[in-house]
Each structure stands twice: as structure tokens, then as C-alpha cells.
Write a protein that binds this ligand. Structure first.
Ligand SMILES: CC(C)(COP(=O)(O)OP(=O)(O)OC[C@H]1O[C@@H](n2cnc3c(N)ncnc32)[C@H](O)[C@@H]1OP(=O)(O)O)[C@@H](O)C(=O)NCCC(=O)NCCS
Length: 258
């Protein structure tokens, strides 16, 4: 897929009611490798592969087929192309929807854990925050949390907030803004960062992706009046994993990035 394909790429994700903007697709095309199928003069299916660190971890995302073209093996072919591209990467992972999981099982992906999307409607009561925009991602902490270096991805996000103990991003989306990633050594810092994102976002719905198995993140989301909206399945190829510490991850970056 090339930059000229951006409008058609956006059509793919919008057709599935996903939240990506054209800017998100621009980031995907810039940082990841993206494969597509063209039929009848249009792009009808896609898959992306983001390779982190020193080829330690690859993330498969944006697996999409336009509704009229489903069931013909297009997603399978593109997932295979993405996997061929990552054949020398130690660990390959993804977050699967109910529709995607059967495709990935065929290629040897195994269930790892449940990830949840929580969402918060805009509130008439404004939220306050002690924090202001700015700062830098804490790269050592992020690497320990995520299990691979993702400096380039973190640098591509526009709105960051950093405390001494953690950092978070707040990003625009097609329908909802998104809180994440949020990586923090302490619950208190994560609470401040989530408050920052919520206060920054008084007029749009806000989404927050988190691990179902992270009770502190779920509790914070609950306190800030987020409610569970979707569940996806984190899967890894052949059950291989990197040395990660999910307890430090209060918000995931998004299903297409991990
Ligand atoms: C998931 C999706 C990409 C599949 O696209 P597709 O081009 O229809 O997939 P394929 O034709 O390659 O099907 C792949 C396999 O999964 C199976 N499959 C596909 N959809 C299925 C379903 N709803 N239930 C059970 N199996 C299903 C097919 O039978 C096929 O298996 P087979 O080769 O053994 O017959 C498509 O449904 C889609 O875009 N959904 C919305 C977005 C989404 O959820 N993407 C996945 C993100 S993780």
C-alpha cells in the first residue's frame, strides 16, 4: 500500500466502523509495512505488520476485507504475506476480533489474554487536572513494559503528558478520541495521567484499551466513568512471548499497535 492509497485505506476501516483517521493510516504506512488486495479497480482488503526493536516483536494489524469481498480467502492471503514478511522476527502478536480470530488460528496463533475497550461519553461536568501537556516518553520504562523498543511509534503521537513515574498519550480518532498508551510505575501516576486525558477531552467520547487482567487499570477506568464496550483476544504465534511487564501498562496503544 502506498500513500496515494490513503483514501481507499480509510474507506476499508470506516466500512468496518473502526476509529482510525487518515492521519492514523498515514502513520501506519510510514512506520509499518502494509499489504493490500486490489480487485475491480479498488482496494478491498488490507493487513499491516509493525516490526519493533531489533526484530524482537512484530504486530499484525489492520486486517480488513470490505463486506462484499469476505469469505474468498483475501484476509488469509494478506495475513500470510504479513507473516512471510516477519519470518525472522522472534515473536508475532495481534489483537483479534471475533471475526479475525478464526483466520489467525489457522496460522498457529494461540490465545494469550483478553483485552478490553472501555469508553466514556462526554460529560456535562468538566474534569480538572493537575497536569499539562508536554514531556517525553520514558523509554526504558516503556521497553520494560512492552517488551520491545517502540521509540519511533511513541515519537509519532502528538499529545503527550509525562510525570516522573509514567507517561501517556491522548490521540484524536474518527469517532472517539483515545487515551493510550499509558505506561506507569505507580497507580497514582496512572490516575493523574488518566485524569489529564479525560479533562483534555470534554466534548468527545474517549476510548481506553486495557488488559482485562489489570484490576488497577479497570478500577481507574471505572472511577472516571468509563464502561466496557468491546473485548478482543490477544494472540501470539506459536505461544512465543517477549519479556514484558503488563502490570506497567495502564492503557494499550490500540489494537493495531499493541
Ligand atoms: C476478519 C475478516 C478480515 C476476514 O476477512 P475474509 O477475507 O472474509 O477472510 P477469509 O476469507 O480469508 O477467511 C479466513 C478464514 O476464516 C474463516 N472465517 C472467516 N470469517 C469467519 C466467521 N465469521 N466465522 C468463522 N470462520 C470465519 C473462513 O472460513 C476462512 O477459513 P477457511 O480458509 O478454513 O475456510 C473480515 O471479516 C473483516 O474485515 N471483518 C471486520 C474487521 C475485522 O474484524 N478484522 C479482523 C481484525 S483482528
Amino acid at each position: 500500500m502506498a500513500p496515494a492509497d490513503l483514501p481507499q485505506a480509510l474507506n476499508l476501516s470506516t466500512s468496518a466502523n473502526w476509529n482510525q483517521t487518515e492521519e492514523d493510516w498515514r502513520r501506519i504506512l510510514h512506520l509499518a509495512d502494509c499489504f493490500c488486495t486490489e480487485l475491480d479497480g479498488q482496494i478491498v482488503a488490507s493487513a499491516s505488520a509493525m516490526i519493533y526493536g531489533n526484530r524482537d516483536l512484530a504486530w499484525i494489524g489492520m486486517v480488513l476485507t470490505l463486506p462484499a469481498y469476505r469469505g474468498r480467502g483475501l484476509a488469509s492471503t494478506l495475513v500470510q504475506a504479513a507473516l512471510d514478511h516477519c519470518s525472522d522476527v522472534y515473536c508475532v502478536k495481534l489483537d483479534a476480533t471475533d471475526l479475525g480470530a478464526p483466520v489467525y488460528r489457522k496460522y498457529g496463533f494461540e490465545d494469550e489474554c483478553v483485552v478490553e475497550r472501555w469508553s466514556r461519553q462526554p460529560s456535562s461536568t468538566s474534569c480538572s487536572t493537575e497536569l499539562t501537556d508536554g514531556g517525553e516518553p520514558i523509554l526504558d520504562l516503556d521497553r520494560a513494559a512492552f517488551g520491545a523498543d517502540r521509540t519511533a511509534l511513541l515519537a509519532s503521537f502528538p499529545n503527550i503528558c509525562s510525570t516522573g513515574d509514567g507517561f501517556a498519550m491522548h490521540r484524536p480518532g474518527r469517532q472517539s478520541a483515545q487515551f493510550g498508551p499509558c505506561v506507569s510505575e505507580t497507580e497514582e501516576s496512572a490516575r493523574l495521567l488518566a485524569g489529564w486525558a479525560t479533562a483534555r477531552n470534554s466534548s468527545n467520547p474517549l476510548i481506553w484499551d486495557l488488559f482485562e487482567s489489570h484490576p488497577k487499570a479497570r478500577q481507574l477506568a471505572h472511577e472516571l466513568r468509563f464502561t466496557p464496550a468491546r473485548r478482543l483476544l490477544r494472540m501470539s504465534l506459536g505461544g512465543k512471548n517477549v519479556a514484558e511487564d503488563p502490570s506497567l501498562i495502564y492503557a494499550l496503544t490500540g489494537f493495531e499497535w499493541g
